[in-house]
Design a protein around this ligand. Sequence first.
Ligand code: NAD
Ligand code: GLY
Length: 368
Amino acid sequence: MRAMRKIRVRLKDRSYDIVIGRGLLSSLGLFVKKLRIGRAAVVVTNKRVFKLYGKTVKKALEKSGVSVKFEMVPETERAKSLEIMAGLLGRISRYDRKRDLFLIALGGGVIGDLAGFTAATYKRGVPYIQIPTTLLAQVDSAIGGKTAVDLPLAKNLVGAFYQPRLVLSDVSILKSLPKRELKNGLAEIIKYGVIKDKALFFFIERNRKKILDGDASALEHIILSSSSIKRALVEKDELDKKGARAMLNYGHTLGHAIEAASAYSGRYNHGEAVAIGMIAAANIAIKMGVMKDARDAVRLYKLIASCGLPVKARGLSPDRIFSAQLCDKKHSGRDLKFILPIEIGKVRVVPRVPEAVIRSAITEMTRA
Ligand code: NAD
Ligand code: GLY
């Protein structure tokens, strides 16, 4: 195992480490042994990830005396359903029989959210480990304990806050990730730069080619910076009630609306929609006088475009996007609340953005 970096998420008796490095997967058994969370692992994954990393995980766990059972779930968001979860719980309970059982989420955010919620509910909670295998999961979904499945009406409608016992972010795993998925995660990392860390933003500007080519040390740097920011916000606001964690939703109000207005068809994945949403929110910030220097918005636009992420949601209906954003959880009553950038590295919550300003940003966003 090469050098690794550790970030401690301090949440009293729910504290845990995020470990970031290369070639960590083959040492998984040692991490598990140290945690003393059990001797029987149920690894929730899908066929693609299993084919790539199943053998390494099995070998690493068995070497440390931990027995392993793999549970396959569908590859797409379809896995985050109550039906899939019920099947999973049934199979886990039949396998359990007084074993010292814990779960491992081996996959992207879909697997992490599903396995985390399964761990939160089985026997009112068993330990689980996050092994995020996408860039998005390493910098966002695996950290902070938000677990959930979807209902037909909306995503993530049934869930729980349930912290993992360890997040193992092995940068080597990202080698097999398709480029579109890498960019999906990169959009969230640009978001971290805008909300909290201009040095990170500048680093991505200077190193975007390396990052997109999968350079391990550039990736390690941005994963470490992003994970540290998320850690700090989660420590301040574990249950997303005090406002600190809401900052993470910069670009997401209109981003979610773009995903919904395109009926989650995959035309825009989450990161792509957030990229467009961040640009639109910067435009709103300029119109509202929150962002004083328009050159910051231009810089953001240029970075997003140069990372090969979309800057417009051409062809989508502005009315559908407007209606979809009205469902945003941050809005309260008739007040349309937005997280808006003041400059690169700083955002603030603006509680009442006028409808006309939002509509004008959406029109701009959908225009050719
Ligand atoms: P994903 O989990 O759907 O994974 C994307 C694709 O990449 C899948 O086809 C997967 O099989 C494949 N894949 C995963 N790892 C791979 C690897 N190393 N090599 C090759 N292929 C690999 O997508 P995602 O973007 O990671 O996660 C999206 C989900 O995360 C959504 O359900 C979203 O709601 C959730 N999410 C949750 C939080 C949270 O705080 N809990 C935050 C953000 C997003
Ligand atoms: N992904 C947003 C949060 O964890 O709060």
